[in-house]
Design a protein around this ligand. Structure first.
Ligand code: ATP
Length: 913
């Protein structure tokens, strides 16, 4: 039987055995069949996010923004001016555009959702007495679940065990203080469920400690499910780029209207145009300049960027991160696991002045120890193993090789203990653990208490220098000795020597106590120092190249590690992060002693921060930001969350990180690898470039769209209109659309990582972009189009075009040729846009299949417009002599050629400077 939500308060009052019984389960968990049956009854443990109403309202919102309203009004005015065909066309365009935008947004959102599924949230569950990781959606009431520091709790449940458990319930209560939780039965009278210390809730996170719970409800039945049903899901706030584009669209619209109106008045005054013609003219100007498809295309380009980043192991959680990544100027990275592989192997140990060397790599207990293990070494490794929580398990599928579950540092210790002949099972059965103080990055150590015979023995391992301060005696073959100043010096020298080789060194100590200390008592004092273990953690092979690429990209790297300064420096040199020269290593203690100004000054030079805690990390990020840096910072623990939030780009680890860190981050590295951050930055730069590319592409064709109106107006209507409003719409929402999208999928161009980061304040539509589109490419294109228009008359045997009525077939064929001229030149423009800097000769034509699909769509659409009678009628075209195509093809290389000259000149000027 599974209790209803109302009955769950009663569960809080029950003793542990009753809890199991009430939820139809046992201390060894549900059976697999039982779990499957319950899943069928209760459904998956999820809360459905998108409500139908939201979809409808979002569809509608695509028809009521400024530009849409402008087009609605334009259409209505066309009706009033007795131009019904134009009115209908404008409205149809508006509807099509709205649906298209909605589709793009929807697709972008689906893409993001699909990404999040790449990193499923899992839960550690006991079923049939076997511990397994299951997808959180598969949890059912009655499941026995283990939680630990940093976990996001996936279902509501009643605690049955706890070790120093504190939970962050702010998602439900809004209060960010950690709440103490315990498994004992409580009196529920007069207290809300959220106040009960033995209940935990889905969506909350474990701040510290560990616990075991029995699931009481899942999915919509949870407290979180209740709230989600009330509020719906959170709206995604628009990214800075999206906001800028909204602003740009608005400005452009206003300018377009202003220009239209001014030209209207001028045209009437100068050219003596009739009112209706003047009106069509104004509408044409406005329609030509308003960038109808820009915003949704940008959203889709950002979403496509997230997919390319995911392919390179960086999962983007917020769309805005895609653009910020491109602006990153500093990466603050931790060392272990990000720069290194986090595959630890003990290389040497030191006990009582004797040094032992270990053979072998990885977690396989193969390899000899020189000299062979003796009592001293066994005491050292057994004590270190007692102070460990990791386990070595056989990796199924792999031929019985051992892998580590838990902290690799501890895995290495267990392997070393096995190499020394210690049986780990006997070790834990002979001396059962009665208490533990888990590792935490602030204390930099971990302790456990085991009952050995009649004694309680504390085993501690941790950062050597800090541990040594808590030791008062020294273990030796002749018994316990006093720890003299010289001994301390000798030990620190040994630590430094190993650290200089890039090894990670841990100290091991122990103490016999007479009573079990409570949580607040400091019992890690008066310890007996046993010795040191030094382990190797090889750098990741890709990191060196990634660091070199950061160098050329003007991105600074600052290592912020909890590890020892000398180790950090050695690793830093090995991976090329630190050059030949001096590097300043600043320890956490030193940081505590200086103020923010001094910290800022330190940051001017090459620096490594070592032996720091997460709060130090936050200070470094803040100091860098004060100096104008755009900072990406990595983190994995619960305490890293504030720094991840503060950073411009918070980067969490997908494999070793906690759920808390992941939720605070903007991107998650699926492979925990530093090189993936650099790959993401490269993609981020590319996405921004691509958005510029298609914006330039779209803006270019504004010029040939506008010029005919100007010529028409200033000739007082004597020179016929080469392109009408319908033609402009056919370009903006027909032929230009697919190619623009294709430009959004361009791969990073050569040299993206050879230029400095973009400034966060840089405008998307800046002067160089406008100049390129409106002063170079656009005018060349317009010239070609006007020649095509006049040429069409020639081809049709007309010498004196000025007297032709604007509706005859000859005129329609001429406009068709002008329109086709825009298309052929835009095909060339597509290639010119592949880079604003690099010569097309270097980039070539390949690498983006979508470009060719874009061109195909352009060609098909223009052929349909020229040759399909219904479209001829609606848009106003007629076929021109086929020889016209031969001439139009000359337009293809025109814009790339013009742009090549510009690129060459710019490069030349750059070199000269
Ligand atoms: P990074 O911050 O670059 O990931 P790190 O893993 O060395 O490096 P922390 O995890 O904060 O950083 O560890 C800090 C120090 O605490 C380590 O250098 C080591 O001396 C000690 N330490 C690490 N893991 C354990 C452990 N499981 N038990 C005891 N001490 C540990």
């Amino acid at each position: 039987m599974v209790p209803s939500r109302q009955d769950q308060a009663d569960v809080a009052e029950m003793a542990t055995e009753e809890v199991y019984r009430a939820l139809g389960t046992s201390p060894s968990g549900l059976t697999q069949e039982e779990a499957a049956e319950r899943l069928a009854v209760h459904g998956p443990n999820t809360i459905s996010p998108i409500s139908r109403r939201r979809l409808v309202s979002r569809l509608l919102s695509n028809f009521v923004h400024v530009m849409a309203i402008l087009l609605w009004v334009g259409g209505a005015v066309a009706f009033l001016a007795d131009l019904p065909q134009l009115g209908v066309a404008i409205w149809v365009v508006n509807v099509v555009n709205g649906i298209f935008s909605f589709w793009q947004e929807f697709k972008a959102e689906k893409a993001t959702e699909a990404l999040l599924r790449l990193l499923p949230s899992t839960a550690t569950v006991l079923r049939e007495a076997v511990l397994e990781q299951v997808d959180a959606t598969a949890l059912v009431p009655g499941d026995v679940v283990f939680i630990e520091e940093g976990d996001r709790i996936s279902a509501d449940g009643r605690l049955v065990e706890h070790v120093a458990l504190r939970v962050d319930q702010s998602t439900l209560t809004g209060e960010s203080r950690l709440v103490r939780k315990a498994s004992d039965p409580v009196d529920t009278a007069g207290r809300s469920r959220l106040e009960l210390p033995n209940l935990v809730f889905a969506g909350t996170t474990v701040g510290s400690g560990r616990g075991k719970l029995v699931v009481t409800s899942t999915g919509a039945g949870t407290e979180l499910g209740g709230i989600a049903a009330l509020t719906g899901s959170l709206a995604d706030t628009p990214s800075p780029l999206q906001r800028e584009l909204r602003r740009v669209s608005l400005t452009v619209s206003i300018v377009a209207i202003g220009v239209g109106v001014v030209f209207f008045i001028l045209a009437l005054a100068l050219g003596g145009l009739p009112l209706a013609t003047g009106f069509v003219f104004t509408l044409g100007m406005i329609v030509a300049f308003v960038p109808e498809g820009l915003l949704p295309t940008v959203t889709l380009a950002l979403a496509m960027g997230t997919q390319r980043m995911a392919a390179r192991n960086a999962l983007v959680r917020k769309l805005s991160a895609v653009e910020t990544l491109g602006c990153t100027t500093v990466i603050c990275t931790d060392k272990t696991g990000t720069l290194t592989q986090n595959e630890m192997t003990v290389r040497s140990a030191l006990v009582g002045g004797r040094r032992y060397e270990f053979e072998g790599v990885g977690y396989q207990p193969e390899g000899r120890i020189h000299p062979g293990p003796d009592d001293g070494l066994v005491t050292l490794l057994a004590t270190a193993a007692r102070a460990s929580n990791a386990r070595l398990v056989h990796n199924d599928g792999d031929t019985g090789r051992l892998t580590v579950v838990g902290d690799p540092t501890e895995g290495a210790i267990l392997t070393a203990a096995m190499k020394a002949g210690i049986d780990l099972d006997v070790l834990s059965s002979d001396a059962p653990r009665v208490a533990e103080w888990p590792f935490d990055p602030v204390r930099k150590r971990m302790s456990s208490v085991a009952r050995m015979g009649g004694e309680l023995v504390v085993a501690t391992k941790g950062a050597p220098a800090e541990l040594l301060e808590r030791c008062s005696s020294l273990h030796s073959a002749d018994g316990t000795l006093a720890l003299e100043v010289d001994d301390r010096k000798g030990i620190i020298q040994a630590v430094n020597a190993a650290a200089a080789e890039g090894l990670r060194v841990l100290g091991v100590a122990r103490r016999v106590i007479d009573h079990l200390p409570d949580e607040r008592e400091d019992f890690e004092i008066d310890l007996e120092f046993i010795g040191l273990v030094a382990m190797h953690d090889p750098p990741r092979p890709e990191v060196e190249a990634a660091i070199a690429s950061c160098r050329s990209a003007g991105i600074r790297i600052v290592m912020i590690t909890g590890d020892y300064g000398i180790t950090a420096e050695a690793i830093g040199r090995r991976i090329g992060m630190v050059g030949e020269g001096q590097v300043r290593v600043v320890n956490g203690d030193e940081m505590d002693a200086i103020d923010d100004a001094a910290l800022g000054a330190i940051l001017d030079d090459e620096v490594i921060f070592a032996r720091v805690t997460p709060s130090h990390k936050m200070r470094v990020v803040a100091a860098l930001q004060d100096r104008g840096a755009v900072v990406a910072v990595t983190g994995d623990g619960v305490n890293d969350a504030p720094a991840l939030k503060l950073a411009d780009i918070g980067v969490a680890m997908g494999q070793s990180g906690t759920d808390v860190a992941r939720e605070a981050a903007d991107i998650i590295l699926l492979d925990d690898n530093f090189a993936s951050i650099v790959a993401a930055i490269e993609e981020g730069r590319a996405v921004y470039d691509n958005i510029k590319k298609f914006t330039t592409y779209i803006l270019t064709s504004n010029v040939p769209e506008a010029v005919p109106f100007v010529v028409f107006a200033f000739s007082g209507g004597r020179i016929p209109l080469a392109l009408g409003v319908m033609h402009i719409l056919a370009i903006d929402l027909g032929t230009d659309l697919a190619p623009a999208l294709a430009l959004g999928a361009e791969p990073p161009e050569p040299g993206v990582m050879d230029r400095p980061p973009r400034s966060l304040d840089a405008r998307l539509i800046d002067r160089p972009l406008l100049a390129r589109a409106y002063l170079l490419l656009g005018p060349v294109q317009a010239l070609f189009v006007m020649i095509a228009f006049f040429g069409a008359y020639r081809l049709q045997g007309v010498e004196d075009w000025s007297n032709l009525a604007s509706s005859g077939t000859i005129y329609l064929a001429a406009t068709a040729m002008a329109l086709a001229g825009v298309v052929t030149t835009q095909i060339g423009n597509l290639f010119a846009q592949r880079s604003a800097r690099v010569s097309l000769r270097r980039i070539g034509l390949g690498g983006n299949r979508l470009l060719w699909w874009g061109i195909l769509s352009e060609v098909v659409v223009i052929l349909l417009i020229v040759y399909l009678p219904p479209l001829q009628r609606v848009i106003g075209t007629a076929p021109f002599p086929p020889i016209g195509w031969a001439w139009l093809l000359l337009g293809v290389p025109l814009l790339p050629l013009a742009d090549e000259i510009r690129k060459a000149l710019t490069a030349h000027r750059g070199r000269a400077r």
